[in-house]
Design a protein around this ligand. Sequence first.
Ligand code: GLU
Length: 509
Amino acid sequence: MCSMNTQVRVRFAPSPTGGLHIGGVRTVLFNYLFAKKHKGTFVLRIEDTDQSRFVAGAEEYIFQCLAWCGLNPDESVLKPGEYAPYRQSERKAIYWQYAQQLIAQGHAYYAFDTPEELEKMREQHKSEQNPTPQYNHSLRKHMRNSLTMSEQEVAAALTNNTPFVIRLKVPENRLLSLQDMIRGEVTFDTNLVDDKVLLKADGMPTYHLAVVVDDYLMKISHAFRGEEWLPSAPIHLLLWEYLGWQDAMPQWAHLPLILKPDGHGKLSKRDGDRLGFPVFAMNWEDPKTKELNKGFKEIGFLPEAFINMLALLGWNDGSGQELFSLDELIQQFDISRVHKGGAKFDYEKAKWFNHQYIQKLEHSALLEAVSPFVPSAFHGETKLMERVLPLIKDRLTLLSDIWEQSHFFFTNPEKIDTEAIQSKWDEAKKAFYVSLINAFEQMSTWNEAAIEATFNDVVANHAIKKGEVMLPFRIMLVGGKFGPGVFAIADLITKENCIKRIQNALQQL
Ligand code: GLU
């Protein structure tokens, strides 16, 4: 257990560049659960300093996804607290000031190298042992930067507006350690770290500088992020140290990757397309390519099920319990119980969660949840849908299954599987259905029990086995060998439609 003497403040810090991957939503969830458990604050910070990756609509989309999941931030662009602005592109001047401080202290330097010069450096120093030479403690000595140039040269370059970047001067031969809440102590060798750019030629900070400055200024106490950010940690550790903020450094937790179903590698958006499941929280249409990636929402997941499923990708409470409400998750969640190893994504299991949650949903809530998946022409038929839902609820795995499971209650089947009836069809059976129509016509009370009783009477009068005429009856009413209890269906579609469907089938046989 970590000590909670400080006010808990956590953050999700996405770069709004496209669809929100389930790995991102799980990062949100773990942050959110931790914040709520410790009566803390969940901050959403937009990390949009890479202008070349700006994607219209991506920021709004992130907010929509979090709202759908019910994981709304306490502080954000939409709900600014005392640490505004929450969009990094609006904090440019702040980063500039800290970059200058680092230069003044000798921990960062100007680099004036042109792209051609950088390319030449890579070519010249390439070797079998070192196929991709880095701008680091050794090579920086051969480059055009404020460490190799005289003071006058640097001053002249700056006055002439020569494009520059500011780089971190990563020291040689140091071991840096991080106490990760999931992984324990993780150590990095600075000889393997290059002199990362902190401020780009356009005056924008890179992620490395901005994340450290903002985590400090926004008083972030715990920073949870995906494992893919672990290699960046030594850069951040150096910045926390050089800026003199070490004592305020958040406690880190690097969350395990979400893996492909076969466990080989990180789950990517392409895997979803290939294997036929979503990897984004909500539909994402790339504004440039118009490529549409389906989301869990639109495919028919309930947000509660989606969240529950994600919570168990890399975490459990040790008891074997699988179904947790959000409140239970808040109570039970313990970041130190998150596994180190990657968590395999299992779409069948995800659907199992959804099925469970659909069964638990109250009727009025289910009615509302399925309505986006019902063709709009039938939206007025709420009364009928209210009666249909209890009959088919257990057949719904996705909310989008609703129409496949219920269309025949609302409209006559377009096609009837006559082939399935024909192989055992004969005059005796035909006579039975003709009598059945007659008997139905005479019924004054139309309900499930009365329909079955009439059906049984007609069976008795025809010396036919009930089992032989039940399946054709179902096929006549719904079109195929599916659906709930056939007498319940007959009841709900009305006597008139029931008779019409039998007549219609008889004409086709
Ligand atoms: N902007 C980073 C991202 O897109 C945030 C990483 C972090 O949380 O430090 O995921």
